[in-house]
Design a binder for this molecule. Sequence first.
Ligand code: HXC
Length: 291
Amino acid sequence: MSMLCRATARGLLVAQRPRLLQSAARGLSAGAKYEYILVERKGEGNSVGLIQLNRPKALNALCDGLMLELNKALELFEADSGVGAIVITGNERAFAAGADIKEMQNRTFAECFGGNFLSHWNRVAQTKKPVIAAVNGFALGGGCELAMMCDIIYAGEKAQFGQPEIALGTIPGAGGTQRLTRAVGKSLAMEMVLTGDRISAQQAKEAGLVSKVCPPDQLLGEAVKLGEKISRHSKLVISMAKEAVNAAFELSLAEGNRLEKRFFHATFATDDRKEGMSAFVEKRKATFTDQ
Ligand code: HXC
């Protein structure tokens, strides 16, 4: 059965105060209370961690509190050996309509630069376990960037992706200019960033941003199924495979191939590689222990 964890943001906000850090963190790991997200375990063996952004009145605008809660939930799923993959979703109207404009409206350059504004947004991209974005509705600005920090994007037929920051007199600030360009190529990325125009789920699929489009009411089920499928493999080797694929965005071909080869060799030091090959030869199903 899945475990639903929900509650006040107070726990997280106090968690930022060093004096109370320990007790707040204990409260979260013990059954956790959130204001802006819903957290659940789904799928076969509860192997998929589900994080649902839950600020529907603001179209899941990514306020600071929401991002802190998201980071905390990711941390807890990372530490949970039963979780093999994580799904992040929103609701049918919005995955997320971007960073919270009302929160940003009166910020100054000195505050942004001096305080390293939004530096904690990168947590999703640093997650070792695979993260799947299940996008229905709007994925705009920081919402699109959040989806692109995930490893795989599935979209509902009515999803819309865009980087509309230009209309607000600013530009993407959480990887939009970089990850979108790598995903869809320069011409389309440039068009989206310079005009703020959105693309449909189908266009996103054709451009390579999204790997599957399905009816909105089937989206979450499909994403959880994908998470289950990934979770059946060795979690240890899955994290190596993820890191190797992600290296393709950072390294030259020669460096990337060298890193891949090192990881490939490293799998020979694992029990799971032995088990996988033995199971094949013995014509049986492998039982991985993540060792
Ligand atoms: C704060 C937002 C919001 C946002 C929507 N809302 N997007 N609040 N920040 N990003 C709020 C609205 O103010 C409104 O609340 C409620 O959600 C419903 O929105 P409406 O505009 O009434 O809905 P609709 O007419 O259907 O239009 C939907 C929409 C529009 C097209 C998605 O809301 C929109 O354009 N939103 C902004 C999208 C955007 O520019 N995103 C980029 C943000 S900048 P109230 O209470 O007023 O009725 C960014 C930078 C990231 O993301 C940088 C990261 C480092």
